[in-house]
Design a protein. Structure first.
Length: 252
């Protein structure tokens, strides 16, 4: 997963502002039920993902799981009117609508998180939380988690290469995936414990947690631009929700 910061207006926002925006738009995605509106949201999220060059782990797996959700709704949800039928299978309007809605929610939530990570630096997130008054011990946790995502991605690739070198087949069948998970879990767990011990020793040696407060190299504070962006986004989310829920407003 790409973690960094893009050179645009969005990157100048306070990381806390970005987190609040992620929460607001996630709530909007969960509340939208109309499949057409959900399709529009998915397209907008995909455009944002490509614009900010947001890349995530197992992208194909995420998309494949969303397609599986859509197909499961078509096959097993028989509410609404019939659209087509073959033998014992039938496609209904309820299955299609629910499939688009549920799969769209899943994709939108995952990809919005990718956009947040791609436009937010871990150190800036920690600094913003500490400047806002959060205890720096807790403010350091999300930044540390974000930093370890690409590290564990590299470690996973190393473990798999070592398995292939030892002659283990890594096919994409269910049996192959189960075998890969069986022989990957323990090495990754040992790697994680080793990383945790190293980080703990390093932080203890630097006196992390000894004092109640900690100075910041570059304090990041909320600005008028952040407040204005949050207010305008809140209005946009509220209006969008009302339009999606009120047929009379859609006709205006």
């Amino acid at each position: 997963m790409t973690i960094g910061r893009s050179d645009d207006d969005t990157s100048r926002l306070n990381p806390i502002t970005k987190a609040l925006l992620l929460v607001m738009f996630s709530i909007l995605v969960l509340l939208v039920v109309d499949p057409i509106h959900m399709s529009v949201i998915v397209v907008c999220v995909l455009v944002a993902k490509e614009y900010f060059h947001a890349r995530g782990l197992v992208t194909r797996g995420i998309i494949g799981f969303a397609v599986a959700i859509f197909l499961a709704q078509i096959l097993f949800n028989h509410s609404g009117d019939d659209l087509a039928s073959w033998s014992v299978f039938s496609v209904t309007t309820g299955g299609v609508y629910d499939g688009v809605s549920i799969a769209g929610k899943f994709l939108s939530l995952i990809m919005m998180s990718w956009v947040f990570v791609a436009t937010t630096s871990p150190s800036e997130l920690s600094s913003a939380l500490t400047t806002a008054g959060f205890p720096y011990r807790y403010a350091f946790l999300p930044a540390l988690s974000m930093r370890f995502v690409p590290v564990f991605q590299f470690e996973l690739a190393t473990v798999r290469e070592a398995q292939v070198t030892r002659g283990m087949r890594l096919d994409r069948s269910i049996k192959g995936i189960a075998r890969s998970a069986r022989y990957t879990t323990m090495p990754m767990l040992m790697t994680a414990m080793s990383r945790v011990n190293s980080i703990t020793a390093s932080m203890t040696g630097r006196g992390f947690g000894m004092h109640k407060t900690r100075t910041q190299l570059r304090p990041i504070r909320m600005t008028a631009w952040d407040v204005a962006f949050l207010a305008s986004s809140a209005v946009f989310v509220g209006v969008t929700f009302l339009v999606t829920r009120c047929p009379s407003l859609q006709a205006v």
